[in-house]
Design a protein. Sequence first.
Length: 74
Amino acid sequence: MGSGADVAVAGIRMFQLEQDQIDQVVEKYPRLDLKKHLKKDLQIETQERPCCRIAFMNKKLGFGNLIENSLFDE
């Protein structure tokens, strides 16, 4: 993932941003229940393609938990 996706999806490195920066980005690009949709899609992809990269990230690296525990409120 790139730095923007790290922040948007899992909240990684959010501490490096000022709250007003976060607020401006979310205002311009609303999250629209991103966490809920990503978790659902992640589960589907993991079930349908158990050998794909996303399935590995979900099962072995806890990607779903990173999304769930992201600092973004929705």
